[in-house]
Design a protein around this ligand. Structure first.
Ligand SMILES: [Fe+2]
Ligand SMILES: [Fe+2]
Length: 428
């Protein structure tokens, strides 16, 4: 298990006997709340859990301790490692000895069942209660206040730091869950169905039909191809993006989001091929590593054979494969936008691509670039860069369709408003 941090008070005799008492602790989230134990005596909080007994695995101890302390029943199949914390200090019960405790933290879910709580003596003495907390960051503050309450300061500090880290991790997990859900939902497209025999009467039923396209599989594949580009920090990513942790795969996912939003907002879907558009978007930058390696082709052209091989290898018919490859190969030819006869799927892919890294994201990105170039950068440096660079890019809209323009204008309005307030906030 990965070590999160260690607390070593070094207040012990280093040659002393070492008393070890490893423990397992649970991070359980339900309906946006997190299960914690509250010491009413010292007014601090900790995650439920406790000592691992002889012959027990950490996971078994976790299930038992959570059950005893909170009455909640852990679903063992959901247990997932978070990290460990080492604590080493003088043994409170034996001043000549060292108390060494590995704390193993796990994420897990519980069932709906509740059983009677069984408390140990010290838990009764500290008047522990199990409760569902709204915010772990608030508990960080509460524990900091409790550091001098007379309770076990090392433990209170440890949990304070773990709350902060767990809060981060939980937010990330929530985000990843939502993203996985969105990718799964990509396969459910709205298909318009006109009942037979009633054509032209305007009676259209909309039905969600699960698609057979394995979008998640495609994304995994593209990720595996793109990954080396990110670690090298090279490879055609605009020089300014090379200066911080810009991920080409994350860009791909965001463009996919934009393509989906554009598709949904567009009422007249004539000529639009949802599945092909989604697939082309997933593959649109897949040639980045190849073109970076060889330097011979544009990344768009390099993406064509990679896309072709994947699609044909996954049973796509040749004509459909070529159509999608055409979108990938032409996605950088932005001048085609002014051609009124441009393929609508290609135009939508281009607009989706252009919408990424603008507006809210553009502000964050450009500030990161400023900081990457100058580690003494000030608020004013950011303000200056946003005024001169970000605003200029934002004002030169490359959007052609009304739907694309609407999204772009929304982001532009944000940038203008942001700069207005930032200027005020920076002024005496
Ligand atoms: Fe591209
Ligand atoms: Fe792109």
């Amino acid at each position: 298990m990965r070590e999160l941090f260690a607390i070593d008070t070094k207040d012990y005799n280093p040659d002393g006997l070492v008393h070890r008492r490893p423990s397992a602790r649970a991070i359980i989230e339900r309906d946006g709340k997190v299960l914690v134990m509250h010491s009413r005596k010292y007014d601090y909080f900790k995650f439920p859990g406790g000592g691992i007994e002889q012959g027990e695995t950490p996971e078994q101890a976790l299930v038992r301790e959570v059950r005893e302390e909170s009455g909640c029943c852990v679903r063992p199949e959901t247990i997932e490692e978070f990290g460990s914390v080492l604590r080493r200090n003088r043994d409170a019960h034996d001043p000549e000895a060292i108390f060494e405790q590995w704390n193993y933290y796990y994420f897990c879910d519980i069932t709906d069942e509740r059983v009677p709580i069984v408390q140990e003596d010290y838990e009764i003495e500290e008047r522990f209660e199990a409760l569902w907390a709204d915010s772990l960051t608030e508990l960080v503050v509460r524990n900091r206040r409790a550091l001098r309450s007379g309770g076990d300061a090392t433990l209170i500090e440890r949990e304070m730091r773990i709350f902060d880290m767990a809060d981060n991790a939980l937010r990330r997990r929530r985000f990843e869950r939502e993203e996985a859900e969105a990718i799964r939902a990509l396969g459910e497209i709205m298909q318009e169905k006109t009942p037979s025999g009633d054509a032209g009467r305007g009676e259209i039923t909309q039905e969600k039909t699960p698609s057979a396209v394995d979008y998640a599989g495609m994304l995994d594949y593209v990720k595996s191809v793109l990954e080396p580009v990110q670690t090298e920090g090279e490879g055609g990513i605009g020089t300014h993006k090379r200066e911080f942790g810009y991920s080409r795969f994350e860009h791909t996912k965001r463009v996919l989001g934009w393509a989906k939003r554009l598709y949904e907002r567009t009422e007249d879907k004539t000529g639009l091929r949802y599945e092909d558009l989604m697939i082309a978007t997933i593959f649109h930058d897949v040639g980045r590593s190849e073109s970076a390696k060889t330097g011979l082709m544009s990344h768009a052209a390099a993406g064509v054979p990679i896309t072709r091989e994947y699609l044909l290898g996954h049973g796509f018919p040749a004509d459909r494969t070529e159509y999608i490859c055409g979108l990938v190969g032409a996605h950088s030819d932005k001048w085609l936008k002014s051609d009124p006869a441009i393929d609508r799927n290609l135009l939508m892919l281009m607009e989706a691509d252009d919408l990424d890294d603008m507006g809210a994201l553009g502000i964050v990105m450009d500030c990161m670039v400023v900081r990457a170039r100058n580690d003494r950068a000030t608020y004013y440096d950011c303000y200056n860069h946003l005024c001169r660079y970000t605003r200029r890019i934002q004002r030169s809209s490359p959007m052609v369709t009304p739907e694309g323009r609407a999204f772009w204008d929304e982001e532009t309005a944000l940038v203008e408003r942001f700069l207005e307030l930032l200027r005020r906030d920076l002024t005496v």
